[in-house]
Design a protein around this ligand. Sequence first.
Ligand code: PLP
Length: 696
Amino acid sequence: MSISSRVIYLDSNATTPVMPLALEAARAVMEDDYGNPSSVHSSGLQAKAVMDQARKTACDLLGASEGRLLFVSGATEGIQTAVFSALLALRDRQSKGETVATDLLYGATEHKAVPESLHHWNTVLNLDFRIIAIPVDQAGRHDLEFLKQHIPHAGLVCTMAANNETGVITDLVAIENLLKDSPAYWLVDGVQALGKLPLKLNQHRIDYSLFSGHKLYAPKGIGMLYVHKDAPFTPLLAGGGQESSLRSGTENVSGIAALGAVMQALNDGVSFRDHATLTRFRLQLLDAMRDAFPGLILNASLAESLPTTLNFSVPGLTSKEILDLFDAADVRVSAGSACSAAKAQPSFVLQAMSLPEWQAASAVRVSFGPATTQEYIDEACKRVRVCGEALRKTCMVTGDIEPLPADGLMQLTFGAACTWIIASAATKECVVIDPLPELIERIAKYMRCQHYTVKAILSTRSHVNQSQHNQSLIQLLGEGFVGKASDADGFYADSIDSTGSPCLQLGDKELLQITVQVNQEERCVYLYGDLESGVQFAFIGDLMQDERVDSDQLLSVRQQLSPSSLLCAAHDFDKQLVTRLEAPCVCNLDDVTIPSSGLHDFLKSHPKAIMVDVREPYEQQLSHFDVPEGTEVLHVPLSRLANGVDRWLRSSTEEKADLLFFCRTGGRSSQAVQCLRRLGYDQAWHIAGGLALWQH
Ligand code: PLP
């Protein structure tokens, strides 16, 4: 892989770029040897020769000469065909009166294509096999004792050679020993092992194995299925009789040629690095990651995983945060889990390994291809360390760099739950409202890093056990907490506002507490701002979402608010960020979305538009992007958007600017634009696809 492009790609377990020599092989087929391999004229014969050569190279490399090696569209098709064939064979044996096994076994960390295929064909073929996951231990290794006990009932056993998320390598020899006297068919998913582990298929009793070209520098849409010479086989695709009638459909000759070229390169000893070199590369990357993320925890042992894969979690950082950070530095990695917003869906692989929930939910996977160069790894490490500096500068991790001082209102979220922090850069003080247990360590670290003290920790009584969490934060803050004797919700007054009410002073603004009776319970609301000129932000807990609260009960709050006061809730299920008392304006997202291709036209028709970057400060620190000359760019992270919203909504008609929001992918900017539009600001738009598309 070259480093001429800005991007450092460390997501090779997802897919790889096409190698130049594979590209050349594919190009030659598309331009020169484009005949249909089934045609009997010279062009057809030439195309067939390309295919035969690729198959021979692959068979030699994989030790598959005794079996059948079919070209298929990818691993998923290979898995379908193998499962389909095995289940039909079991059904046939059953119908002949043989007693066949009752169970289909698969490793709990298999790629979803395996269990999904098992369920699919079991249902479609109207079979009644039990589908059972083979558990794995904390290191991701199959529970061999479990397997041993279940093999007598197994008709098919599916175990991957190496895992795509963790890189954990399966002990195929141990499994083979257990299967020695069993008639069960054995499927080995070889996708992640290809090119990284030696695999000689004929030396094992493996019945089916499959590979995917795009995981090893060939294009997408080409893969291989190996079928042992004695294993049952039923074609999934019938038609023109291609691949000796085992897989009909005109062959993907250019893909096959590219894959053949990669297989050839694996043999040449030049293009691919050896195991020791890859191991050294990974250690070098790990060192850089540890510098960037102190406290990093590995989710799989280095000794038992592919030398090209690292899977780790960082206490206090979500995978989305790390992904966004890396993406801003043009480093591509992957969440080891499917994540949405701050709350990730935990990785089922890491869950199967019984790793703690936070670890499974915040995993990051870094993977590089076996053709990576030293130069590439050096550049990757340099970038990773720059990411670490950005984190320290923005107090996401503590370090020795002078941080950017926080000022104004910040929203921290965990799932839909919110914590609000008000910071005064002038006095280096903060007030924290409703700290969530998942966030208190981060908050304490942030305060220490900023050298701010916390003046009060308040509760709106919206989260369970809030006072307990407040106490935990006080303890974590130690001397950083400078609150005075307060009520049970953490409030105390240290001055009197202009109306004569006791209030808590923060910088040049004040905080006021009011209580609202909801049935038998009391809820607290905090009003903040320069209260003489009106409440800026009202921390209303869950009052607006609580169906038991009627407008009479809200009267005491309403009386204190002005139309421009922004409401900050304890839960934000609809990602509204902030709201107002007035009925919201309707916002149709399509009407306010500018396609990335339309950016220049938009700026031409709105020459004074200000572009607003809503990515978080650590991302903004890193990324360099081009905007059309003369365009003003503002940095207002989504977590600080409330400050911007307050300012924009208060601007006079003459001051009112056209605002064009953007972020990395268009997700956060769509939240920002909808928030403003709902609040009645009609000069806001956002760029679909964000920087990912517009800077492409
Ligand atoms: N098996 C493993 C281990 C994989 O990593 C993948 C892809 O991520 C697949 C199967 C499916 O491959 P494809 O999507 O190319 O069919």
